[in-house]
Design a protein around this ligand. Structure first.
Ligand code: FEO
Length: 388
């Protein structure tokens, strides 16, 4: 792994390949990286720590690059434990280090570290403040709610590096060479999806800067074709459509609803739909389903009725969409019920609480198993979905 970003900025982060679930909910088949950086100048600044799980390994990287020097500053851009897990260890080892963080972060610090008095060790930062390290000058920009309220990002004026906190991060350890967009999108919508307005505000601030490198807290350092990444972030944070297509999400108990969903997919393809994806909410990755719902412009939800409500995997999916502020999309609804169908009423109710959701008619009810007589309704729903 490349550890030199510029002559005086080093990567000292670590990969985590044995964490079962990130934030106790997201599968990470290729692990995740906790990024951390070191700026070596007249003064030395550490840019964030890592998750305590990997503290020992990180300390080795840090000490190797410090080469016996003592750090002057620890810049804490984000207090979430996957980045701030080793602050106490740094203070133990280097008691003179100053923690540089937003006022909100300084206030929140004691919540995470009982018994440590931070009052003599912190420098509170506000929007636009600078910190001179020698030839490097760091400029700080507040980025509240990207992804927590205390977040700030840091611009190194000399090397034109933006340390972007969770922004532009992705799942996947750095030892895995993989496509950026797929896992960055899944990361974005599930971690920051609710905070599109905050991300837009940050993007506006970044647009005034000359940027050569984006150094996020997860995933690869971005040094080329930055317009591509920034433009995807712009699309995502506006809740705009990235891909024209239809995403079918189904929650099926005994396979009846699954059969309808797959039949609708076939009909849509026969009718020339640009792209159709389908997911089984009981078995496939929920985080990827959330990602795909945001990625495409049309969604179909198909679910069984259950306890006079909707089958729980669908409820979970729609609840996630509500939390992440899913909006501005066209949605078709299919319910299944062997007696007193209730799923459509619940799904429609949840969708109607979201912003600018257009329900595409006809709403379809299947009784137990799809019959030949149901096909014209499916054709009608497909036509309606394909009509712009
Ligand atoms: Fe990677 Fe919001 O922490």
């Amino acid at each position: 792994m490349k550890t030199t970003i510029t002559n005086t900025i080093k990567y000292i982060g670590v990969d985590d390949l044995d964490l079962d679930l990130f934030e106790s909910q997201y599968i990470i088949p290729n692990g995740i990286s906790y990024n951390s950086y070191l700026i070596l100048d007249d003064k030395v600044a550490i840019m964030d720590t890592v998750d305590f799980r990997k503290c020992e390994e990180w300390m080795v990287n840090l000490k190797n690059e410090l080469n016996s020097r003592v750090p002057d500053y620890l810049v804490v851009q984000h207090l979430e434990p996957d980045h701030a897990g080793c602050i106490a260890e740094i203070l133990k080892l280097y008691p003179t280090v100053k923690i540089v963080a937003s006022a909100r972060a300084c206030k929140m610090l004691p919540q995470f570290f009982e018994g440590i008095d931070f009052s003599q060790n912190t420098i509170e930062i506000k929007e636009g403040d600078t910190l001179c390290l020698g030839s490097h000058t760091l400029q700080f920009f507040m980025a509240p709610m990207v992804h927590w309220p205390e977040v700030m990002v840091t611009y190194d004026q000399q090397d034109k590096v933006i340390f972007s906190a969770d922004g532009f991060g992705k799942f996947g350890a750095l030892s895995h060479d993989e496509d950026w967009a797929c896992e960055a999108r899944r990361y974005y919508f599930n971690i920051c999806g609710k905070y599109g307005t905050a991300v837009q505000t940050l993007l506006k601030k970044l647009s005034t800067l000359d940027i050569a490198y984006i150094c996020p807290l997860h995933g690869p350092i971005l040094g080329e074709n930055l317009g591509y990444y920034i433009s995807l972030y712009d699309t995502w944070s506006r809740y705009d459509v990235e891909t024209e297509g239809i995403f079918i999400a189904y929650a099926s108990i005994h396979g009846g609803t699954a059969a309808v969903a797959h039949r609708l997919k076939e009909i849509l393809i026969e009718k020339g739909a640009p792209k159709v994806s389908i997911t089984d909410l009981s078995r496939d990755d929920m985080a990827e389903a959330i990602e795909d719902a945001f990625r495409m412009d049309r969604l179909v939800v198909a679910a069984a009725s259950y306890d006079a409500d909707v089958f729980p995997p669908m409820h979970d999916f729609l609840h996630h969409l509500q939390l992440k502020l899913y909006q501005n999309r066209r949605v078709g609804i299919i319910e299944n019920g062997s007696w007193a169908p209730s799923a459509a009423r619940v799904m429609r109710g949840m969708l109607e609480q979201m912003k600018e959701i257009e329900i595409v008619e006809p709403m379809i009810t299947i009784q137990s198993r799809m019959k030949q007589s149901d096909i014209p309704q499916l054709e009608a729903l497909a036509d309606a979905l394909l009509k712009q």
